[in-house]
Design a protein around this ligand. Structure first.
Ligand code: BDP
Length: 650
């Protein structure tokens, strides 16, 4: 990039829509006067297929009859991971097909009104899923952490018994060299040590491969002519906000679209019509990250109303999308939101807690957001896969900035960089962008975490995935997170922001806290000299067992975690006024991993425990984040901790 040249992702001119190759949109299912929802969360029937080839369910066609008729079933809560729910160790470590089933009664109108379209939507099924409705093969999807859906109207709007539905979902958690994340199955053939046919799943990432229906499953309706997708990009011109919209409609070509933009008080501020256009909002309130501005996270509502003529008569469809007006841009040393330098002071997270594994959970979600605000964290990365949509909605509402990462984690072996994997990775990015493109909180895409980016093949692969992501969404910067050496990394030339993971005095020169400042300074200076791009310290941290204390500090104690952080902070403070634009601690909370001699009931680098109680480092970080917040705020008032009466910095 030429010195001083700002690459602006703010879309100020005509709409640059997302060029998705995927068929159809993936709008979050919202109720409206024309749309109903029926959640299928709760208890499902469940069975893991323990047969040697794991294929008994297909051989015996378990989907053709109620699951209880083909053998014993367990109660399985949805959403949740299946692994930690039972006392059967075989289920915790199970690799292969598991079967879920749920019977549902539909409202009569859904089955009889032929102008109603009924959709089955699965929030995520890790990692490969096949869905049958009343025994009919309906839908398949590869990849966890992202939603998929099917129009099942044909199946429910026929026959006398159609209001009774049986949904069967077979899910396989096997990871292969071409899935994302990749994995390998290893057969252990030494019969003096292992029984015949013994195999293990190898993964190349550091979190437990929880699986199952980990997010909500639901049914929703739309009219047969319906709003299929909306893409919004925003910009600012003088003091006006610009909202560019593009709407796709399915079911008929004879329709009209009305678009109304309402402010937070429900007052109309702009309107338009047709499938695409630009709305201008004079004196717009911008969407600001919280702590950066007195009036953060301002959201407008884009109300879309469709009226269409169909063979069954006129139909209407309504969809309301929250819209935050903001711009994102990157210079050679800054990350700009609304034209102002933004410093990421935040965390990396995992969707992980207790027995629910990666199962979505409202109390946990709200607790985590309360902790983020207690901490003064203004950002997080969705390490290492896209989180539930409800998490991003909360970020939009609270003003917490997100680096949205796809499940491109564990790309550690040369054989993972092949053409099939590349095509799959690009498709996954299409699904991520399609789902998350309208969230103002999402300011950057991350296409991978710690790939083997020193390999030539990885360089080409990352170049292609990044270029594809930029083509899908020209409105946001793109990165991947590296732990390679600056001189060896083959992917760094293609990113907009350099994201670095380093574990000085933990995985290298462990115990030698005195080396951190020198090594971290070298890290930053060599990367910046090579690339002249803004840098985020995207991971750093230390394993810490809550309640372990030692002074002088020793590894695994709360004091060591604090001291390590303090050493990092000395250098971060020197560089953040120059070109370092963020710091994200590894990790927000302890989380479960595979068993290994280096993990004590999981990864303990959390500043909170897995039960969300603070370790000493949480208080240290809290003091730091509120201090940075007060230094980097664009108004004169003092930021206060929102969870305590006594502000630390008042
Ligand atoms: C980093 C990985 C992260 C691990 C962390 C660690 O990105 O997923 O959990 O190391 O070892 O390299 O704690």
């Amino acid at each position: 990039m030429a010195p001083g040249l700002a690459v602006a992702w703010a879309v100020l001119g005509p709409l640059l829509g997302c060029a998705l190759a995927l068929q159809g949109g993936m709008l979050y299912p919202r109720e409206s006067p024309s749309r109903e929802r029926k959640e299928l969360d709760g208890l499902w029937s469940f069975r893991a297929d323990f047969s040697d080839n794991r294929r008994r369910g297909f051989e015996e066609q378990w989907y053709r009859r109620p699951l209880r008729e083909s053998g014993p079933t367990l109660d399985m809560p949805v959403p949740s991971s299946f692994n930690d729910i039972s006392q059967d160790w075989r289920l915790r470590h199970f690799v292969g097909w598991v079967w879920y089933e749920r019977e549902v009664i539909l409202p009569e109108r859904w089955t009889q009104d032929l102008s109603t379209r009924v959709v089955l939507r699965i929030g995520s099924a890790h990692a490969y899923a096949i869905v049958w409705v009343n025994g009919v093969d309906t839908l398949e999807h590869e990849g966890g952490y992202l939603p998929f859906e099917a129009d099942i109207s044909n199946l429910v709007q026929v026959g006398p018994l159609s209001s009774q539905l049986r949904i069967t979902i077979a899910i396989n958690n096997t990871l292969t060299p071409t899935t994302l994340p990749p994995g390998t199955i290893q057969y252990l053939t030494d019969t003096s040590k292992y029984p015949k046919g013994y195999f293990v799943q190898n993964t190349y990432f550091d979190f437990f491969n929880y699986a199952g229906l980990q997010r909500s499953v639901l049914l929703y309706t739309t009219p047969t002519t319906y709003i299929d997708d909306i893409t919004v990009t925003t910009g600012v011109e003088h003091d006006s906000g610009l909202v560019n919209y593009q709407i796709s409609v399915k079911g008929s070509n004879l329709f009209e679209l009305e678009v109304r933009l309402l402010d937070a008080e429900n007052k109309l501020v702009a309107n338009g019509s047709g499938t695409q256009g630009q709305l201008k909002v004079p004196g717009a309130s911008l969407w600001w990250p919280y702590l950066m501005h007195e009036r953060p996270a301002y959201l407008y509502s884009l109300e879309v109303r469709l009226t269409a003529q169909t063979s069954l008569g006129p139909v209407s469809d309504f969809y309301t999308l929250p819209v935050g007006i903001r711009t994102v841009a990157v210079t050679e040393s800054q990350f700009l939101i609304n034209g102002k330098p933004f410093y990421f002071h935040g965390v990396n997270k995992h969707e992980d807690a207790d027995i629910r594994g990666k199962g979505f959970d409202w109390p946990l979600l709200v607790k985590d957001f309360n902790l983020l605000r207690w901490l003064g964290a203004n950002a997080f990365r969705t390490s290492h896969y896209p989180y539930a949509e409800e998490v991003l909605q909360m970020c939009d509402r609270y003003g917490i900035v997100v680096i949205d990462e796809c499940p491109g984690v564990g790309l550690a072996l040369p054989q993972f960089f092949n053409n099939v994997s590349l095509q799959n990775h690009m498709r996954v990015m299409e699904e991520v962008v399609r789902r998350d493109k309208n969230h103002p909180a999402v300011v950057m895409w991350s296409v991978a975490n710690e790939p083997a980016s020193q390999l030539e093949s990885a360089g080409y692969y990352l170049k292609m995935v990044i270029a594809h992501t930029k083509a899908l969404d020209p409105s946001r910067p793109v990165t991947f997170v590296t732990n390679s050496n600056y001189a060896a990394d083959k992917g760094a030339p293609y990113v907009d922001v350099i994201c670095l993971n380093s574990y000085y005095s933990w995985y290298h020169d462990y115990g030698h806290l005195e080396l951190i400042q020198q090594q971290l300074t070298t890290q930053f200076e060599s990367w910046y000299k090579t690339y002249q791009k803004p840098i985020i310290q995207s991971e750093y941290g230390a394993e810490t067992i809550v309640g372990f204390h030692q002074d002088p500090p020793l590894m695994f104690t709360e004091e060591y975690q604090k001291s390590l952080l303090e050493q990092y902070h000395v250098v971060l403070d020197q560089k953040r006024r120059k070109y370092v634009v963020g710091e994200l601690i590894w990790n927000f909370a302890d989380f479960m991993t595979e068993q290994s001699p280096t993990r004590v009931l999981g990864n303990k680098k959390g500043i909170f425990t897995r039960q969300r109680q603070p370790k000493s480092a949480a208080f240290l970080l809290r003091e730091r984040y509120w201090k940075i917040a007060n230094e980097t705020r664009y108004s004169h008032s003092v930021a206060k901790s929102q969870c305590l009466e006594n502000s630390l910095f008042a």
